[in-house]
Design a protein around this ligand. Structure first.
Ligand SMILES: NC(=O)c1ccc[n+]([C@@H]2O[C@H](COP(=O)([O-])OP(=O)(O)OC[C@H]3O[C@@H](n4cnc5c(N)ncnc54)[C@H](OP(=O)(O)O)[C@@H]3O)[C@@H](O)[C@H]2O)c1
Length: 211
């Protein structure tokens, strides 16, 4: 598949490398890719293309949203909503309230980032995935208990099958949490592991952000 990765942070880079390792063609989006020397160096080292959001969204048959929550609506607008029509879209975002330590959720009780992304993209088939794990473990995690379980949520059965195939190829088992409203529990899982890590893995406390 041609995969358009909409975001160039740790998640975008980790997933782009995973997709490439699995034989897909990948392009990663940033607002001003040519003005980011670190990103250009990473792209050339990993032989992965980079481009602007609109170009990457047009390029991808499968699209992956991995932007800072506060910038996600803008990133989608920059990408051009028409470029998402009928496509499977993986939403990795977490609506973090970074004013709290550890971070809290800006949405959760009766809404979620996954539902908001689906509302912004009514013609796309959004599947929440990869949001509840740190970027370092997204591709082929080697854990003592064997393959871990990734929860997903989305309204379209065929889209969830496509995303499940991707997740399995990345070394995970899949558990379906129902429609896109199931994102509420998936996004809370992020808070669970961030809080746990900050509390019990003190070496992580010095990191600027871990999710
Ligand atoms: N880090 C993790 O381990 C992890 C794990 C699971 C889920 N998540 C979630 O995944 C998402 C991505 O996380 P991340 O750590 O990779 O990076 P991030 O720092 O949260 O996001 C980086 C990306 O967001 C874009 N962005 C920021 N503000 C923007 C704006 N106003 N308009 C358009 N784009 C904007 C940046 O664009 P430019 O390239 O143009 O700067 C960049 O591509 C987040 O929602 C995060 O909560 C993170």
């Amino acid at each position: 598949m041609r995969v358009g990765v909409l975001g160039s942070g740790d998640v975008g880079k980790a997933l782009a490398k995973g997709f490439k390792a699995e034989g897909h063609d990948v392009c990663v989006a940033s607002r001003e890719p040519l003005k980011k020397p670190d990103l250009s160096a990473w792209a050339s080292e990993n032989e992965i293309q980079i481009d602007t959001f609109d170009k990457v969204a047009a390029y991808g048959e499968l699209l992956v949203v991995c932007t800072l929550w506060a910038g996600t609506e803008n990133a989608i607008q920059l990408s051009g909503t028409d470029n998402f029509t009928d496509k499977v879209v993986i939403d990795t975002t977490n609506p973090l309230d970074l004013s709290q330590k550890p971070p809290g959720l800006l949405l959760g009780k009766d809404d979620s980032a996954g539902e908001q992304v689906q509302r912004w993209l009514p013609n796309a088939r959004v599947v929440k995935a990869f949001n509840s794990v740190g970027s370092a473990l997204m591709y082929k995690p080697q854990l003592p208990g064997g393959p871990p379980t990734m929860f997903i949520a989305g309204n379209d059965t065929e889209a969830k099958q496509t995303v499940s195939d991707v997740i399995k190829s990345f070394g995970w088992e899949v558990a379906d949490n129902g429609g896109i409203e199931g994102s509420r529990e998936l996004e809370a899982l992020c808070i669970l592991w961030v809080r746990h890590a900050i509390t019990f893995l003190p070496s992580l406390q010095s990191k600027r952000r871990i999710a």
